[in-house]
Design a protein around this ligand. Sequence first.
Ligand SMILES: CC(C)(COP(=O)(O)OP(=O)(O)OC[C@H]1O[C@@H](n2cnc3c(N)ncnc32)[C@H](O)[C@@H]1OP(=O)(O)O)[C@@H](O)C(=O)NCCC(=O)NCCS
Length: 157
Amino acid sequence: MGAEALIRAARPEDHAAIAGLLRHAFDGDAEAALVTALRPAAIELVAERDGELQGHIILSPLEAPFRALGLAPLAVEPVWQGQGIGAALVREAIARAAGWDAIVVLGDPAYFTRFGFSVDLAAGFACAYAGPYLMVLPLREIPATGRILYPQAFSAL
Ligand SMILES: CC(C)(COP(=O)(O)OP(=O)(O)OC[C@H]1O[C@@H](n2cnc3c(N)ncnc32)[C@H](O)[C@@H]1OP(=O)(O)O)[C@@H](O)C(=O)NCCC(=O)NCCS
């Protein structure tokens, strides 16, 4: 038994297990459908241990006045939550986004600010999800204002 999950790029043979994991973590089909829509343009990683998928993360392009990736969704299989797998997925996703200007996330600041995401840095942007849960993690210098547009697929959530 490996002590830690391996974080690696998702492969086509993972897709069915990813859909199952998303249904368990979110209690519905909407996130699995979203991931299927986002997948072609995305950075998609899984956490695997002993052949089991324990977690999943996907980053996909957004329209913004900088080269932006949106982080969503992030999910860890319920029985494996609270053991650092989500954090390992977020950290590896940030490392693999090095060619981009910033990552945007809609989530709980109590969780995402630990990785450097900032509510204040997102406050200058017009966005359908603007407010206390929208955060930006700059990877390079980015403008402070403008519009962030999520793809249509997100409106089904
Ligand atoms: C959110 C989630 C991905 C975190 O993954 P994880 O592997 O359980 O988290 P980690 O082990 O990396 O971190 C645990 C920490 O996150 C906190 N945490 C876990 N889920 C949280 C949530 N939804 N909101 C805020 N904090 C959360 C825990 O309290 C713990 O805090 P601590 O380090 O201060 O004790 C996971 O709980 C999950 O899949 N939840 C259901 C789906 C979801 O809500 N996804 C996020 C939005 S896309």
